[in-house]
Design a protein around this ligand. Structure first.
Ligand code: AMP
Ligand code: MN
Ligand code: MN
Ligand code: MN
Length: 311
């Protein structure tokens, strides 16, 4: 399986394990022709990524993944083709980053109460960019300390709602986040909707609110969805007349289930978010006959075992 388009990935500018240069080189080596770097709440990796993409002959889409709050829940909105220098977007992202620093102190205090001291310094030691201190960095610290065996288990035991290291946090306003993306010339994509643990009705409400606020696409194929969810969200996309996106949400080897360039194709009936992008011209992605699907092998019973959620 190889796919030429991957519209969701992370570097060391947020909680990925590869620098922007390393990430782009790996994507190119895996056969990706169009890559979006979508770091959490920061666009600082885009210039470096673009320079390497030019060298490697692949297209780099300016992206970001904004942490937002919808009905007291945290949801992620990917912006594609954003203008990273656009003032309100920059200011909005800076405000979210400031909130992350303060939240990290509260997470550390909670972990200390649970008998784990020193996690603030510990987490920052794993954050190449201290502006984006995230639960992932706390998780890496706890694993390195031998307190928990892997990052997935840290989340389960400590960092999610109801667990000792979880704190409530207010992210960007949902409509504001969509507005910054759109006003900067970008397309707003609801990231991994299958990960929010919402029932059918609430999912419908989320997607309706997203569309109402100006959102144009949802992730259908992502490393966070099961094969059944590919089908489920393809049908949501059709129901709400939204474009469909695909992205691995790659963070690093051993931490993401799906590697770069290994995505199955969008289910049939989806209108791809890239349907009118110049990057997707046959000249760029390959022979004409290969261009329309732009992704890897369609989902079949044979590759079903390969498709499981990251978490
Ligand atoms: P934060 O933005 O600080 O809340 O951290 C969220 C990040 O943690 C996500 O972008 C994922 O990279 C990671 N994450 C969230 N939930 C899990 C989980 N259950 N297992 C592993 N990583 C997770
Ligand atoms: Mn992440
Ligand atoms: Mn996300
Ligand atoms: Mn992500």
């Amino acid at each position: 399986m190889s796919s030429v388009i991957d519209l969701h990935s992370h570097s060391t500018i947020s909680d990925g394990l590869f620098t922007p240069s390393e990430l782009v080189r790996r994507a190119a080596a895996q056969g990706v022709r169009v890559l979006a770097l979508t770091d959490h709440d920061d666009v600082a990796g885009l210039d470096e990524a673009r320079a390497v993409a030019v060298e490697a002959g692949i297209a780099l889409v300016n992206g970001v993944e904004i942490s937002a709050t919808w009905n007291k829940r945290s949801v992620h909105i990917v912006g594609l083709h954003i203008a990273p220098a656009y003032g309100p977007l920059r200011d909005g992202l800076a405000a979210i980053r400031a909130g992350r620093g303060e939240r990290a102190m509260r997470i550390a205090a909670e972990l200390e109460r649970a008998g784990i001291p020193g996690s603030l310094e510990g987490a920052y030691a794993y954050a190449a960019n201290p502006g984006i201190i995230s639960r992932t960095h706390f998780a890496r610290f706890l694993v390195a300390k031998g307190i928990v065996k892997d990052t997935r288990t840290v989340f389960k035991k400590y960092l999610v709602k109801g667990k000792p290291g979880y704190v409530e946090h207010r992210w960007a306003d949902f409509s504001d986040a969509i507005g910054w993306i759109r006003a900067s010339g970008g397309i707003a994509v609801l990231a991994h909707p299958g990960r929010y643990d919402l029932g059918r009705t609430n999912l419908g409400n989320l997607i309706a609110d997203f569309k109402e606020a100006g959102g144009e696409a949802i992730e259908v194929v992502t490393g966070n969805h099961t094969a059944e969810q590919f089908i489920q969200f393809a049908s949501f996309a059709r129901e709400f007349d939204l474009l469909a996106s695909c992205g691995s949400d790659f963070h690093g080897v051993g931490e993401s289930y799906m590697d770069l360039g290994r995505l199955p194709a969008l289910p049939s009936g989806c209108k791809p978010v890239w349907h009118d992008w110049p990057e997707m011209s046959p000249e760029h992605v390959g022979r004409k006959s290969e261009a329309p699907s732009a992704a890897g092998a369609p989902y079949t019973a044979d590759n079903a075992a390969l498709i499981r959620p990251t978490y």
